[in-house]
Write a protein that binds this ligand. Structure first.
Ligand SMILES: [Zn+2]
Length: 72
């Protein structure tokens, strides 16, 4: 059971690594942030005074963030 779970997690980690653009987003780690971004160089992130962190899109939406208006 535990071994199977570990393998699944490892496989998941591999797929995240290979499809990082599709499965992860950039957010400004500020309590005032309301958007998440698909690209780190987005101008919406240039105002960020806090750390920019890469998280899954799911994590971003769970924080109540929505897709940045500067991106498709
Ligand atoms: Zn953006």
């Amino acid at each position: 059971m535990f071994k199977t779970l570990s393998l699944l997690l490892f496989a998941g980690w591999l797929s995240i690594g290979s499809t990082q653009q599709a499965s992860g987003v950039y957010i400004c780690d500020s309590k005032d942030a309301k958007k998440f971004h698909l690209v780190e160089k987005c101008r919406g992130l240039s105002n960020c005074k806090h750390e920019i962190v890469f998280v899954t899109r799911e994590t971003a939406t769970q924080r109540g963030l929505t897709l940045c208006g500067f991106e498709d």
